[in-house]
Design a protein around this ligand. Structure first.
Ligand code: ZN
Length: 263
């Protein structure tokens, strides 16, 4: 996730300058990614204009890590894409339902961030889904790990071919003393990716991020529309790509529809 003007990341007035110097670095990074990998990323419906090589695989759409395992799965043929701001999921979902997902943290996280993790878990549990979540002291199915110096607020990935949630949320240390609503939204958003949600505005990230329209996906592939979610813009969705320092996005009705449909 970047603040507004970066996927669930923040940049406000300083955004322009930072974006322009970052762009160069990104272009350089992109040059090191093979055409074959870029083709796989595209086949899975992700844009290739903003791909960064990271430790676990490739970072796309600002906060999503695609692992080799994920990229080597077959993207499937029954994708639907109708409008620009709907609820989308990935092909791989968490399986073996009903199940409980444990979430732990590693490193010396702030009390505020710890409370936000609990609050994000409570948001999911309040939906009475076939997935429940609980806090573990260590070794959770999903581990929230503090990182230094990232150019995003937090990042995570999608469920793998084994049907388990993505196992790590990286949370930028610089954002661990923001408001409870902000941090809860960020954790709930990243956990949303871990269980298979894509960005609600993935086809045009500028909807929540500002700036010029960014087409992250390719037409006709890569995201499965969740039935019952709207075909128009959905300004409150917790899976919008960007947020501001004062944003709080508890699940709205469409989010609840999407969660209940999948889980
Ligand atoms: Zn995201």
């Amino acid at each position: 996730m970047r603040q507004m003007f970066k996927p669930l990341a923040f940049l406000l007035i300083a955004g322009l300058a930072i974006t322009s110097c970052k762009k160069e670095a990104k272009d350089t990074a992109k040059d090191q990614i093979s055409e074959e990998t870029l083709a796989k990323i595209s086949d899975h419906g992700f844009g290739t204009s903003d791909v960064q090589k990271v430790e676990e695989g490739y970072l796309v759409e600002g906060d999503i890590i695609l692992t080799e395992d994920y990229l080597n799965t077959t993207p499937g043929g029954n994708y639907l894409r109708i409008a620009n701001n709907e609820q989308y999921r990935t092909t791989q979902l968490v399986t073996a339902l009903p199940r409980n997902i444990t979430i732990s943290s590693s490193g010396a996280i702030s009390a505020g961030l710890s409370s936000a993790i609990d609050a994000a878990i409570a948001r999911y549990n309040a939906q009475n889904l076939r997935i429940t979540m609980s806090r573990a002291s260590s070794g959770g199915d999903i581990v929230i790990r503090l990182i230094n110096g990232a150019n995003y607020i937090a990042s995570s990935g999608f469920p793998g071919s084994n049907g388990d949630p993505y196992s790590t949320v990286k949370y930028n240390k610089a954002y661990q003393n923001y408001s409870a609503g902000f941090m809860t939204t960020v954790i709930a958003h990243e956990v949303g990716h871990c269980i298979g949600f894509r960005h609600t505005d993935y086809m045009d990230r500028s909807y929540s991020c500002g700036g010029s329209p960014t087409n992250e996906g390719s037409s006709g592939v890569g995201a499965v529309l969740i039935p019952g979610t709207p075909s128009g813009p959905d300004s409150g969705s917790w899976m919008l790509a960007c947020l501001s320092a004062t944003t709080n996005r508890p699940f709205n009705n469409n989010d609840k529809t999407a969660l209940n449909y999948l889980y």
